[in-house]
Design a protein around this ligand. Structure first.
Ligand SMILES: Nc1ncnc2c1ncn2[C@@H]1O[C@H](COP(=O)(O)OP(=O)(O)OP(=O)(O)O)[C@@H](O)[C@H]1O
Length: 119
């Protein structure tokens, strides 16, 4: 039991390290992080509702985690096959496509929440 708990705590430590690595080394995650902070400030400024907070937090978390997974896929692809290969290009393109889908949804959600408050 103690071994299990220590193992879980260690895993949380690795996960924190991963978040730190993403935020400090990945340009795209840095941008998403800054946008997340700006949207959080906007949420307080426009006094969005509890439901809107839940949707906004979920959207920020979704986009940053998908971006993080995209980075992991890119890193793994470059490690496994550093040279140019059409299959690596395909893998990276579909991973980038997944990020793009969440980005489009995030923009739509941002417009739905804030446009009526701004206008
Ligand atoms: N090894 C490769 N073989 C074939 N095509 C590649 C390869 N590496 C990159 N590409 C092509 O270039 C695109 C960009 O790849 P890259 O790894 O530079 O991602 P990026 O979008 O610049 O990364 P980031 O998300 O960090 O900005 C890929 O989507 C793919 O189309």
């Amino acid at each position: 039991m103690i071994k299990f708990i220590v193992g879980r705590i260690r895993s949380i430590g690795y996960a924190f390290k991963g978040v730190w690595l993403l935020i400090t080394t990945e340009a795209s995650i840095k941008v998403q992080f800054v946008i997340g902070i700006v949207m959080t400030i906007a949420g307080f400024y426009f006094q969005i509702s509890t439901t809107e907070w839940c949707i906004q937090i979920g959207t920020i978390a979704l986009i940053m985690s998908v971006e993080g997974l995209n980075t992991a896929i890119e890193e793994m692809a470059d490690f496994i096959h550093p040279d140019h290969h059409h299959r690596i290009g395909f893998i990276k393109d579909i991973a980038a496509g997944a990020v793009f889908i969440t980005a489009i949804a995030a923009v739509a959600i941002g417009l739905i929440i804030y446009l009526p408050k701004i206008l």
